[in-house]
Design a protein around this ligand. Structure first.
Ligand SMILES: Cc1cc2nc3c(=O)[nH]c(=O)nc-3n(C[C@H](O)[C@H](O)[C@H](O)COP(=O)(O)OP(=O)(O)OC[C@H]3O[C@@H](n4cnc5c(N)ncnc54)[C@H](O)[C@@H]3O)c2cc1C
Length: 503
């Protein structure tokens, strides 16, 4: 039974649902969503001596955060020990440039300047980090969770924060989604309603409500309406049932809608292709030749290192797809020497792909729609359904560029210019995906949600992926860990502002 006061109107609910109850609860801070933003908000609030209820829609805590790997920070203690040279000043200025100055300057400055302290706070909670650079394009900002009691990456961070939350007496309710905010007659938010599958309903009065429900990435209708993307060609890669609940509840309470964006990435799927298998991993490699549905090359394939930009390049093609073409020598290279571009730390740079030939054979045996093999360019053109003349011209021009180690078409880095053996070709279909949506609500420097007149809605905060104006139209891997770092930073700082201003 909850520690919080239970005022039960069981009799009326029993008429509607056998065993269902209506609970009326009171708390200082109500947090909606138990990913990294929600858990940091809950722990930080409880450490300030406040009573906290944490609602989670799914049966377990963690959200997308449990799959993420590292958090952005500059001038952390780890950076100091590694003698990393990026300064917070340079990071701030570069972020403003990278995001075309459409992002929130003051909040970005707070985030950059607080990022090292954010890692220190998490370290004080038993979470250990290592700084990892995955690609030639990024700075040493990615603080990957190396351990929390034997668990690493996002799962380790979630476990660590949940342990802290439990110790501090945070009342966590899983499988209990918030459904609606409660407002007083002045429009201030004074709590929220929630309901579970059993039919139990909760009316929770709170001095502050912190939204941390992780965005709208798993609701194709909102992808079309809010982001104006074709949900058939722009897909969530890890469905966590995140349907924009926090954003929608705030909009219903009078919040203004802010710009939305994504943490995009390239990838593939289809019959005979398993997610994150050795064959899947080939779809992230910069050494292939990419062609669109017309059989024409369209970009420097080393954009694969910047996985969000790569997703844009693919989405921009007709039908929102492309083919990545490689040959038997590249298969051997990836099996013997390892990959050039990592997929996070799950498939790091240099990882050998011992199962690649087996995966290829299995996909072909399954007659995969999205993976094809051919003994000639002509045959490959037929297999992937592109005009033969265009594909032949694309392969010929590309191979000529490889011979002279200069890509006069799109200036791909010469390290990744490897000629194709036209007698043994493979093609894997590339599509555009995203790890998370980003944005929806506009917040001020204190992480309070702003209404249509740009005034804070009293009692309401938004954090993590719910927040607009932290990235521009496209996420950048230059500042690796930006989304995860901001989730933890904004969760904590929303909690600090809420608790410090609480009567
Ligand atoms: C495979 C993968 C790898 C990634 N790697 C990185 C990385 O290394 N670095 C990085 O910066 N970013 C990474 N990301 C993005 C990362 O997930 C986000 O940066 C971060 O998790 C956002 O945290 P959050 O707390 O805002 O959202 P989440 O962690 O998704 O938490 C939101 C929570 O709210 C819950 N919720 C939803 N609706 C309700 C409701 N109505 N009531 C109650 N609860 C609700 C959800 O179930 C969920 O548990 C990755 C994402 C994926 C999928």
């Amino acid at each position: 039974m909850d520690k919080t006061i239970l005022v039960c109107a069981v009799s009326s609910c029993l008429m509607a649902f056998a065993n269902a109850a209506e609970y009326k609860l009171n708390t200082d801070v109500l947090v909606i969503g138990a990913g990294s933003a929600g858990l940091t908000a809950a722990v930080q609030s409880a450490e300030k001596g406040k009573k906290v209820i944490l609602l989670e829609k799914n049966p377990m805590v963690g959200g997308s955060s449990q799959f993420a790997e590292g958090l952005f920070a500059v001038e952390s203690e780890l950076n100091r020990l590694r003698s990393d040279t990026l300064t917070q000043e340079e990071a701030f200025k570069t972020l403003m440039e990278k995001h075309f100055y459409v992002i929130d300057g003051p909040k970005t400055k707070d985030y950059v300047e607080g990022s090292g302290e954010n890692i220190a706070w998490l370290t004080d909670h038993g979470i250990k980090f290592e700084v990892v650079r995955m690609t030639p394009w990024e700075e040493a900002t990615w603080h990957v969770i190396s351990d929390y009691k034997g668990t690493n990456h996002g799962a380790g961070l979630i476990k660590g924060l949940k342990d802290s939350a439990d110790k501090l007496g945070v009342d966590t309710k899983t499988s209990t989604p918030a459904t609606e905010l409660i407002q007083n007659d002045k429009g201030d938010v004074i709590g929220a309603k929630a309901a579970n599958k059993k039919g139990d309903t909760y009316i929770i009065q709170a001095k502050a409500v912190i939204l941390a429900s992780g965005g709208f990435g798993d609701d194709p209708k909102k992808i079309a309406e809010w982001a104006h993307r074709d949900p058939e060609g722009w897909k969530s890669s890890v469905n966590m049932n995140k349907t924009g609940d926090g954003i929608q509840m705030a909009l219903n309470a009078g919040a203004q809608m802010g710009p939305v964006s994504f943490v995009g990435h390239l990838g593939t799927e289809g019959k005979g292709i398993k997610f994150l298998s050795d064959l899947y991993t080939t779809s992230w490699q910069p050494s292939a030749l990419w062609v669109n549905s017309d059989g024409n090359r369209f970009a420097n394939e080393d954009v694969a290192f910047s996985f969000s930009q790569a997703a844009n390049a693919i989405y921009a093609q007709h039908g929102h797809y492309a083919w990545s073409i490689f040959d038997d020598s590249q298969v051997k290279y990836m099996m013997d020497k390892g990959i050039d571009s990592g997929i996070g730390v799950l498939a790091p740079v240099g990882k050998k792909l011992p199962n690649l030939q087996k995966d290829i054979d299995e996909a072909l045996a399954a007659d995969s729609d999205n993976f094809k093999a051919a003994d000639s360019v002509e045959q490959l053109a037929k297999e992937i359904g592109v005009p033969e003349a265009n594909l032949a011209a694309a392969v010929s021009a590309y191979n000529k560029g490889c011979e002279v180690q200069h890509d006069s078409q799109f200036f791909k880095l010469k390290n990744y210019m490897r000629p194709l053996n036209t007698k043994k070709l493979y093609a894997i279909k590339l599509k555009a995906y995203y790890f998370s949506s980003y944005g929806g609500l506009v917040t001020n420097r204190n992480h309070q949600v702003l209404d249509k007149n740009n005034k804070p809605i009293k009692g309401l905060y938004a954090t993590g992926l719910e927040v607009s104006n932290m990235v521009g139209p496209t996420y950048t891997t230059w500042s690796s860990g930006h989304a995860f770092g901001f989730a933890a930073f904004s969760g904590r700082h929303a909690a600090l502002h809420a608790t410090e201003n609480m009567k």
